[in-house]
Write a protein that binds this ligand. Structure first.
Ligand SMILES: [Zn+2]
Ligand SMILES: [Zn+2]
Length: 142
């Protein structure tokens, strides 16, 4: 039973060059798209599609990422990326242990669909939110 559940939620991914790989073994807490300005830098101008994964359900399986955290911004996030090819893999927040995994790094992203759009106050006019997906100007309450 437990094994089945794990298999059902198992996903793997990694960076563009293959040097850093990870596995997800638990059901994501949130599937969404973030329109904040910082995500636009990381995603080529698009919103960033993400899974919020419990820390117990995420592990590096090959290589290790480099980390970057802005020192001039209070409570800044830590961004982890491949030291070789630069692909953004995950973000870690100071106020939440859950891990923000970038959907573009999943081996199979075709099962993904966003269930929430966040930080939409910073969205560009060309950003798209699918019909029926709730939109929040900032982060959703809680
Ligand atoms: Zn790489
Ligand atoms: Zn964002």
């Amino acid at each position: 039973m437990a094994a089945e559940t794990t298999a059902q939620h198992s996903q793997t991914g990694g960076c563009y060059c293959g040097k850093v790989r990870y596995a997800i073994t638990e059901r994501p807490l949130v599937k969404g798209q973030c329109h904040c300005r910082a995500c636009q830098y990381m995603a080529g101008g698009a919103p960033q599609y993400f899974l919020l994964v419990p820390p117990t359900g995420f592990a590096w399986t090959r290589g290790r990422p480099a980390s970057y955290q802005r020192q001039d911004v209070p409570n800044s996030v830590t961004r982890q990326f491949c030291p070789e090819c630069g692909t953004q893999l995950v973000t870690r927040r100071q106020d939440n242990p859950a891990i923000v995994v970038k959907v573009g790094t999943l081996d199979d992203a075709s099962r993904f669909s966003p269930r929430v759009a966040i930080c939409h106050a910073q969205a560009q006019p060309f950003h798209h939110v699918p019909d029926g997906v709730p939109i929040f100007d900032d982060l959703p309450p809680g």
